[in-house]
Design a protein around this ligand. Structure first.
Ligand SMILES: [Fe+2]
Ligand SMILES: [Fe+2]
Length: 406
């Protein structure tokens, strides 16, 4: 994310660059009002804030402010006016024209950093930090390759075995899982090919996904990491159960995404804790005393929740749109696009069921409500609940065994 400084003399930009980088943004500049508008157009969607110098002859800060705020595309970008001779009426004039904040020149760099973070709010600062993705894990190519093939009918078990065999660590992990009490047959499995034959295409695909995802996220930690993975696995399996029970009502084109969507739905929680552990820990500690659930607390105190953060990472990883929507809207399935709604609803309901069946990963985080239109979409009613719960309990045991191997 970028901050645009409009300054014709370029004086003081050296310091400005350092200050802006400490806030997590990249500084870009324009030397006239006209150039500023061109830059905003070119960088549409990437500029988080504009710093406008009021008094310089070529930039004509006030005119530029009017132009930015008069343009529907740029109106929502916050502007801080920098001015050497503020007096109250001038400041009023700036606010009236839509400026979000004013700062008197000369200012010290600390004041500017504080003004930027105050103007953007926590949400803006978090998004800026996310944009500097250097400390976020990158998507392993094998995950991207596998996700692309998820719904390809021509993708065979042989293709999958070859993909897995290229990765020694992944192969070892899959053999460990295939030989675990959750899966093991009568004899020991010693090759990926035998594992694939024994377990079947869908099962080996799911196991590969878990092994790839857990190792690519191994640099991220969170309290209750073991429970986090049990929960994620259980949601993935439960989403599959719900879709299976829905039969034809669940679109076949989305089936291949169910498990991975469930597995990744709380990805943003890992990332949020990784980046803001102190702030997030305070929210965990507040859970027992509040009726709010974790995502509501995040939204209230950070201005952003783990669903949005997870969706951001999914976009960064170039994951398929289906997975990104499932992550983004698992707490608000009514916001999903109609084509993805069945998938998002399956993950939403699976998350609700698992959290209420003791497969949550944080205490006191039980969602009290679920989206009833999601339930209707699956044509289920209260009579189905006991059977679903029985299945989920079995799934939970399988998830526990599986998670222990991650
Ligand atoms: Fe969640
Ligand atoms: Fe969850």
């Amino acid at each position: 994310m970028k901050i645009l400084a409009v300054n014709d003399t370029r004086a003081g930009l050296g310091n400005l660059k350092d200050t802006i980088e400490t806030t997590g943004f990249e500084l870009i500049t324009a030397s006239s009002g006209q150039e500023a508008l061109q830059v905003l157009e070119k960088e549409y969607g990437n500029v988080s804030l504009v710093l406008l110098y009021w008094n310089e002859p070529d930039t004509d800060g006030y005119e530029t402010l009017l132009a930015i705020k008069g343009d529907e595309r740029f109106r929502s970008i916050p502007v801080i006016m920098l001015c050497a001779d503020y007096y109250q009426p001038k400041e009023m004039q700036a606010f009236k024209a839509g400026a979000n904040a004013c700062l008197t020149i000369p200012f010290n760099q600390k004041d500017l950093a504080a003004k930027i973070s105050e103007t953007l709010g926590k949400r803006g600062m978090i998004l800026a930090k996310l944009a500097r993705i250097s400390n976020l894990p990158t998507a392993p190519p094998v995950l991207v390759a596998l996700l692309q093939k998820l719904n390809d009918e021509n993708y065979t078990i042989d293709d999958l075995v070859s993909l897995i065999e290229e990765d020694v660590a992944l192969s070892a992990k899959i053999l460990a899982v295939a030989n675990s009490p959750a899966y093991r047959g009568t004899s020991e499995i010693t090759s990926v090919r035998t594992a694939a034959v024994r377990l079947g295409f869908d099962e080996i695909k799911d196991i590969s996904m878990v092994a790839i995802i857990s190792s690519s996220l191994s640099s991220l930690t969170i309290p209750n990491l073991g429970r986090f993975w049990i929960h994620s696995l259980a949601v993935g399996y439960t989403a599959q159960v719900l879709a299976r029970r829905a039969g034809r009502k669940f679109p076949p084109r989305l089936k291949g995404y169910l498990f991975t969507a469930g597995l990744l739905h709380d990805l943003g929680s890992l990332v949020l804790y990784h980046l803001f552990s102190k702030e997030v820990q305070i929210l965990y500690d507040r859970l027992p005393e509040t009726d709010l659930t974790m995502y509501q607390l995040e939204e209230e105190s950070l201005g952003i929740d783990h669903a949005e953060v997870g969706a951001y990472v999914a976009r960064h990883w170039k994951l398929p749109e289906a997975i990104r929507e499932a992550i983004a809207f698992h707490h608000a399935p009514w916001q999903a696009s109609s084509s993805m709604k069945p998938l998002v609803s399956a993950v939403h309901l699976a998350d609700f069921i698992c959290n209420n069946q003791e497969f949550s990963w944080i205490d006191d985080n039980f969602p009290r409500e679920f989206d009833s239109s999601s339930w209707e979409l699956f044509d289920m009613d209260l009579d189905d609940v006991p059977e679903i719960i029985d299945e989920v309990k079995e799934i939970g045991q399988k998830s526990e065994i599986f998670a222990a191997l991650l």
